[in-house]
Design a protein around this ligand. Structure first.
Ligand code: ASP
Length: 264
């Protein structure tokens, strides 16, 4: 998927198309806590959150607590492009997805699987995960997208940072950002927009991200951030136990890691 994203970018695809594509692939894979790899809430069914943002235009779309769609990120993008709104939630989000003809999960019991590294007895613990993508395209456009099944054992209706523009996702002319971690703490720490504001005020992305993550930690959570800036600087850092991540650029090969670099 990382290689395929690179090829598409080299062929002229927009950053927006690439982040949607990458996140949709991860949602469908069942390997991560998003889309197919999501666990049910305490009421016994899967609710998903996703958001996407185009840096150059500042257009954004999101769905929160949506039920039964295969690719929430695609619905989020359609919210952005086909409605005057930024976010649709719950029943309304599903009604919109249906009207727009998005693929639905026909048999949830058979469709949803435990993602890699999560076991049946942990489903009611506070495990969590998210998928995210940030991209810079050939014309200098930035975009970010984030999708999650949220925290395991979450209350029905719980919404984290991931679908909130400014918390879990942000893109403008200076930076594209996608966050992961304990959503409640990311929201309370100011999330992605606090990073963007610091960068606009002159901070390096690394310093701005470290500061936000330190605040997440101070509040009792942990997390990670992926970001890219117009000069092609890719930042992937976290203060959680690990963060599965991959990057590629026109002059660097695909690199993949889970632990070590960036851990502190
Ligand atoms: N931020 C996500 C949420 O709170 C979970 C995660 O990224 O691990 O829903």
């Amino acid at each position: 998927m990382t290689e395929a994203s690179k090829a598409r970018l080299e062929a002229g695809a927009s950053a927006l198309d690439i982040v949607e594509y990458a996140v949709a692939e991860m949602e469908s894979s069942g390997l991560y806590v998003a889309g197919r790899g999501s666990a049910p809430n305490t009421a016994g069914y899967v609710e998903l959150d996703a958001s996407i943002m185009n840096g150059a235009t500042r257009e954004a779309g999101a769905v929160a607590a949506i039920v039964g769609v295969v690719n929430p990120i695609r619905v989020a993008r359609r919210v952005m492009q086909a409605t005057p709104h930024v976010m649709l939630a719950g029943h309304g989000a599903l009604a919109f997805a249906r009207k727009q003809g998005f693929e639905e999960v026909s048999d949830p019991g058979a469709y949803y699987v435990l993602p890699v590294g999560v076991y049946e007895n942990e489903v009611h613990e506070q495990k969590h995960g998210t998928v995210g993508a940030v991209a810079l395209d050939l014309s200098g456009g930035l975009a970010a997208a984030t999708s999650t099944g949220g925290t395991f054992g979450k209350l029905e209706g719980r919404v984290g940072d991931s679908p909130m523009i400014g918390a879990g996702t942000w893109a403008d002319d200076d930076i594209a950002i996608s966050c992961t971690g304990t959503g409640e703490h990311i929201i309370r720490a100011g999330g992605a927009i606090s990073v963007a504001h610091k960068v606009r005020a002159g901070a390096t992305p690394e310093a701005a991200i470290d500061e936000m993550l330190a605040e997440v930690r101070r509040l009792g959570g942990d997390g990670g951030v992926i970001a890219v800036t117009p000069d092609g600087n890719i930042v992937m850092t976290y203060n959680s136990e690990g963060m599965k991540r991959a990057s590629v650029s026109s002059d660097t090969p695909v690199s993949v890691a889970t632990f070590e670099v960036g851990s502190h």
